[in-house]
Design a protein around this ligand. Structure first.
Ligand code: NOJ
Length: 981
């Protein structure tokens, strides 16, 4: 076995590469190689995928009838749970099923074997759900219940949700206002491979050959061959020479889930695919492979592909005019999803509008049980809330985390860090965090520092911290197998390492060379690891240091598909196969808890993770991994982040500039301009790339980048307010067009423009040399250019000229946006700055918005120590009131320490004539009205705001704007401004 040190320029270690290292030990320069599709399995190379697709093919033949029936007289309805027994009439295996009617218009279906040979994994709920969901007692049995093999209940406060269980064959319909929205087993694909003994020859599932294979393998389809194949992959499976021992044999589960009348479905990240998901069973413009959910380290990944990437969220949202519905397939084993659409479903479904399109999905996982949640909306925002009520809302980050992050693999020494930090100041560019990749450690032993290059880590962090900035250091989940390394030793002594199939500690290869993996699913490991971040334990760390969890799919360079073998053993003997997709999240969870624990009172953590699952939003941010410095990857970042955001994980970003390769300056500028309008904003670059700190390009590029980053900082109060919203109601931070305009079918698949909150419309520019673009203005209301404040002429698709200094951004009429317009070096430096309110009136002359503020650091806000204002402009009156009813102002610690925060300016767009005067007063001092200074398009006032409108001259700014100067109003108080005509 090779124990050589891995050189600092090592890039990507496939097994072959490791062998190379082992034999040469010296590595100096390695060429970056592109993603190798042959490293990853296709459906046809995956036995349970083949079997389930084949089962589906058989099921759609005319003669097929699903063999699963409800056993007579077994249905029981009690406390919001309908339970019963199913039988597979072909092999006589019994199952138990439950349909739970839950609070908030959610339903849940669970199916498991009645007498499994041994327990099947049902542990995902402990990781993904915040608590055991509460059943509702708001339901009524319908008169038909029990008759004609149908059980039917209406539920929800208004009884307008309905569940109908058909007994023969078993299928379940969920209805909203009497229209079916989700149907389980409508196509009869339900397939539950019961656990069996290997020598039980009668009870083996049939291996059916899928159509695509028949075509390619036509010539060899002899009876003999078919015979051989029927056993293939059931009890052992080999891929690229790696054997999966499959001690339990076949144990997959599959189910079809139809969305009648829904032409669009979204979600199931992570894929580099379209926002509106594609069909997957071949044909023009569709995929041949199902969407795959299996957390993998796929660097330099292909675009427009259903192949698996770093994270998995088995959440799918269906949307049509008037209603949305969604499901969560709570299973963390490898999962594939086929999608097909059909027109004119009359013959297929028992209902449906003749001309509508329906979407039919087919889900299959390698192991576990069927546990599916159905979210019955009816609106998308209801669904985001319903999903968040189960899996948790996104954690409110510290405010620095939404500033700009500067990363590269690697900043090479503390001197390098100091220079880069200084570079930002010299060049007048704000930033909040500088990052350290794996080279900062002593020999890839996380929690340690390179003794020479980072000899004074505390001093380095304090120097950064003094300027109000932070640092992030990487902590990966693999542990160098080195008896002198305390993390390894403690983990070994505590017996919390992942084991191989024979119960020995599993060893594999990663950055440190020979490594072991802590079993994050072991509660003891969670507890132990979360203590490793105590300042006294993590030597050289300070409160300015935060954490980055990478490689947590987990990435194992010599493992099958560059990850862990499926037959490894975790806590309580569960095979890795059952929980692969949540392994990375369990690590993220322990790290995040570690950062919370390290201070008293607790501070909010910041941990970036590459791997994720349903529930990861509670632990921090994620990013889309190893993208490439090209225009297509820049374009792909929008649908990817929109998809991840609507799947409950809104704090996400893509490496600005592209990880692999060297972006030309124009691409880099466009990437910064886009990244500034995405939730997590971090530039990152591969170790082999040229340095690309913003000032290295010279003007005009450096100025463009400076402007883009400054725009981010101006809008930080707006971003923070939307983050707070996401943390309480699950609304995505950046929102696809269909979320903001749910009834406009034209934009259901639109993915190249999006909203931040409901107010700012952003259109990234993703082509070289582009001088015009088309922006779609939905909703027949006013829009304003965000920089010039000019009204957009026209609606629907409008051609817009573009320049190099900015990307198109528009304010939707009806919005009020809080900004801070003074340029400083970091978000903390802006902490006490006054606010500018940007009021964009709609056609009715109205606008509304909010502003949320707290200490940006601790959990004091949970006790009511925050400011949350509700701004409303109607009939010429602009009123600010408080949402905070939790504590009195006099008891509010945030208000007490920020009592002088004030509004320094109000800009009102869409007013075409000047009021006679404008008066302002506090609502509790109505007799103390003051006349406010203002101008309509006044040149001096415009001069005062032009610096915030990057690269725009005074002449370009609309004159139809009112600027109220220093209204002398405090943020904390209720006030009114009246326009007097
Ligand atoms: C892979 C990550 O995706 C990348 O961002 C990081 O720089 C390298 N690992 C090295 O840690």
């Amino acid at each position: 076995m090779c124990l050589g040190t891995i050189g600092k320029n090592s890039i990507r270690f496939t097994e072959q590469f490791f062998l190379f290292i082992c034999f040469t030990v010296i590595i100096t320069n390695v060429v970056v190689s592109a993603m190798k599709p042959q490293d990853f399995r296709t459906c046809a190379q995956t036995s349970f995928c083949r079997r389930n697709r084949a089962y589906a093919d058989k099921a759609i033949s005319n003669s097929f009838v699903s063999p699963y029936n409800v056993v007579k007289d077994t249905i029981n309805i009690e406390n919001g749970i309908i339970s019963g027994e199913l039988i597979n009439t072909e092999n006589k295996v019994s199952f138990v099923f439950q349909v739970h009617l839950l609070m908030n218009n959610i339903a849940r279906i669970k199916i498991n074997e009645k007498y499994p040979l041994k327990p099947r994994y049902d542990g995902v709920k402990y990781w993904s759900l915040i608590q055991e969901p509460v059943n509702t007692l708001e339901y009524t049995e319908n008169p038909s219940t029990g008759k004609d093999g149908v059980t039917s209940l209406s539920f929800g406060v208004d009884r307008n949700r309905k569940v109908i269980i058909y007994h023969t064959p078993f299928h379940v319909e969920l209805l909203v206002n009497d229209e079916p929205v989700i149907i389980f087993n409508n196509r009869g694909f339900f397939n539950f491979e019961h656990l069996r003994k290997k020598d039980d020859s009668v009870n083996q599932p049939e291996e059916l050959i899928i159509q695509s294979e028949i075509n390619t393998e036509k010539e060899i389809q002899t009876e003999e061959k078919k015979e051989e194949r029927s056993e293939e992959g059931l009890w052992e499976e080999t891929f690229n020479g790696k054997i999966d021992s499959k001690p339990n044999g076949p144990e997959s589960i599959g189910l079809d889930i139809s969305f009648p009348g829904f032409g669009h479905v979204y979600g199931i990240p992570e894929h580099a695919s379209t926002l509106s998901l594609k069909e997957t069973r071949g044909g023009d413009g569709t995929y041949n492979e199902p969407y795959r959910l299996y957390n993998l380290d796929v660097f330099e990944y292909d675009l427009d592909s259903p192949m698996a990437l770093y994270g998995s969220i088995p959440f799918l949202l269906a949307h049509r005019k008037g209603v949305s519905a969604a499901i969560l397939w709570l299973n963390a084993a490898e999962t594939w999803i086929d999608i097909v659409k059909s027109k004119d479903d009359k013959s297929f479904l028992s209902f449906g509008k003749p001309t509508s399109t329906s979407t039919h999905t087919h889900w299959f996982s390698e192991s576990g049980i069927i546990d599916v949640f159905a979210f019955l909306g009816p609106t998308t925002s209801d669904i985001f809330k319903q999903y968040g009520s189960l899996t948790g809302f996104t954690a409110l980050p510290q405010s620095f985390a939404i500033g700009y992050h500067q990363c590269r693999w690697n900043y090479l020494s503390q001197g390098d860090v100091a220079e880069v930090d200084e570079g930002f100041d010299v060049n007048d560019i704000p930033y909040d965090v500088i990052w350290l990749d794996i080279e900062h450690t002593d020999d890839k032993k996380y929690f340690t520092w390179d003794k020479i290059k980072f000899s004074e880590p505390e001093k380095m962090q304090k120097n950064i911290g003094r300027k109000g900035r932070k640092m992030v250091a990487i902590v990966d989940p693999h542990v160098k197998r080195d008896d002198g390394y305390y993390i390894y030793k403690e983990a070994k002594d505590l017996d919390i390492l992942t084991k191989d199939k024979d119960g020995k500690v599993y060893e594999g290869w990663c950055w440190p060379g020979n490594s072991v993996w802590i079993d994050w699913t072991n509660p003891k490991a969670q507890d132990w690891f979360s203590k490793k971040f105590a300042f006294i334990q993590y030597k050289g760390s300070t409160e300015f240091l935060f954490i980055w969890n990478d490689m947590n799919e987990p990435s194992v360079f010599n493992g099958p598909e560059i990850t862990m073998p499926k037959d490894l053993l975790h806590y309580e003997g569960w095979e890795h196969r059952n929980l692969h997709n949540l392994f990375g999240m369990a690590f993220h969870s322990a790290t995040s808890q570690g950062l919370i624990n390290r201070t008293t009172p607790n501070h909010r953590p910041f941990v970036l993770s590459r791997s994720f699952f349903a529930g990861s939003q509670r632990f921090g941010a994620i990013w889309t991994g190893d993208n490439v410095a090209n225009w297509d990857h820049l374009a792909a970042s929008s649908p990817m982040l929109l998809t991840i955001g609507i799947s409950g994980l809104p704090f996400s970003g893509a490496d600005v500039g592209g990880f692999f390769g060297n972006p030309e300056p124009e691409l880099l500028v466009r990437w910064y301009q886009t990244g500034a309008f995405q939730p997590f904003f971090r530039a990152h670059a591969h170790i082999d790339t040229k340095r690309r700190e913003p000032w290295l390009f010279g003007d005009p590029y450096t100025s463009y980048i400076r402007d883009a980053i400054r725009q981010r900082y101006i809008l930080l109060p707006f971003w923070y307010t939307i983050f707070q919203e996401a943390s309480t109601n699950g609304m995505p931070i950046i929102r696809p067009m269909f979320v903001v305009f749910p009834d406009n079918e034209e934009i259901f698949a639109m993915e190249d423009q999006y909203f931040i909150g409901n107010s700012l419309l952003v259109k990234p520019i993703t082509n070289q040399g582009q001088t015009t673009t088309e922006v779609y203005f939905a909703g027949n209301d006013l829009y304003y250019d965000y920089y010039t404040f000019k009204k957009v002429q026209g609606s629907g698709k409008v051609k817009v000229d573009i320049t190099m200094n900015k990307i198109p951004v528009f304010l939707k009429g009806g919005s009020i946006i809080p900004r801070r317009q003074r340029f400083r070096r970091s978000s903390l430096a802006m902490y006490s700055d006054p606010f500018t309110l940007l009021v964009a009136l709609n056609k009715k002359g109205e606008a509304a918005g909010t502003l949320y503020l707290d200490d940006g650091k601790t959990y004091e806000y949970q006790k009511g120590h925050y400011i949350h204002r509700n701004f409303n402009f109607t009939s010429g009156r602009f009123i600010s009131t408080s949402f905070n009813k939790q504590v009195q102002d006099s008891e509010n610690n945030y208000i007490k320490t920020n009592k002088d925060l004030r509004i320094e300016r109000i800009i009102v767009l869409g007013v075409d004539r000047s009021p006679k005067n404008i008066i302002g007063y506090y609502n509790d001092l109505i007799d103390d009205k003051k006349e406010l200074k203002f101008s309509l398009g006044g040149i001096d006032d415009i001069k005062g705001i032009v610096s915030a409108s990057i690269g725009v001259s005074v002449e370009e700014i609309s004159k139809d704007i009112i600027i109220i100067r220093d209204p002398k109003l405090l943020v904390k108080r209720d006030w009114t401004i009246e326009f007097v005509n």
